[in-house]
Design a protein around this ligand. Structure first.
Ligand SMILES: [Cu+2]
Length: 210
């Protein structure tokens, strides 16, 4: 294959990808914020860097509509910033897995199953953690998973979880101690295009200086 052919092929792929990706929710708008789950002496711990004063933000992308199950995010403030992630060796034992159960959350907060922030069309967007009548507990496969959170109204939200070792049915297994974590969210007005342009020139100015 000569260079010209290579360029043509890449261009074709780029055009196909663009049309296929046109109706996908925004994912890399936010840096990852990992909920680190570890286990020591059969006791689970979870740690996250956010707080009520430093919440993860949810944004609404006016004018965008999403295909398939992702349409649950249409016209909602949303984010997939939080990701569950294993920290060190976590061994729930043969046939068991880590389960995460929503124990309390603000009214109006919804959750949909996400993934590793890649291959969004492969993500189920199934309602979880009580959203739309779903189970309160969710079986985590231990892979980095960024679920989608959404809300219809501006404001602050929080969700608390119990992290436990369960069998295939989600029933707690004796001999382990649960962990817990609270996630904080703030649905904020979308930044205007002007603000984004301002940010762009600031970055450009910093680069020049560096
Ligand atoms: Cu991640």
């Amino acid at each position: 294959m000569n260079i010209t052919n290579t360029i043509v092929s890449f261009t074709t792929i780029a055009i196909i990808s663009t049309s296929a990706l046109a109706q996908l929710p925004n994912t890399h708008t936010w840096p990852m914020e990992h909920i680190m789950v570890s286990m020591e002496n059969n006791t689970l711990h979870a740690h996250v860097m956010t707080s009520p004063n430093n919440p993860a933000e949810m944004l609404r992308f006016v004018g965008e509509t999403y295909d398939g199950n992702a349409s649950a995010l249409n016209d909602q403030y949303y984010s997939d910033q939080y990701g569950w992630m294993l920290d060190g060796i976590v061994d729930p034992g043969m046939g068991n897995s880590i389960w995460i159960e929503m124990t309390s959350q603000s009214a109006g907060l919804n959750t949909y199953e996400g993934g590793m922030r890649m291959m969004i069309p492969m993500q189920t967007f199934d309602p979880i953690f009580g959203t739309a009548g779903s189970d309160l507990n969710w079986q985590w496969d231990g892979m980095m998973t960024h679920n989608w959170y959404s809300a219809a109204e501006l404001g602050d939200y929080e969700a608390s979880y119990r992290i436990y070792v369960g069998d295939a049915n989600g029933d707690a297994v004796a001999g382990f101690t649960d962990g817990a974590v609270t996630l904080n969210f703030r649905a904020v007005p979308s930044p205007s295009t002007l603000a984004l342009l301002g940010m762009g020139s600031l970055i450009a100015a910093r680069r020049k200086r560096g």
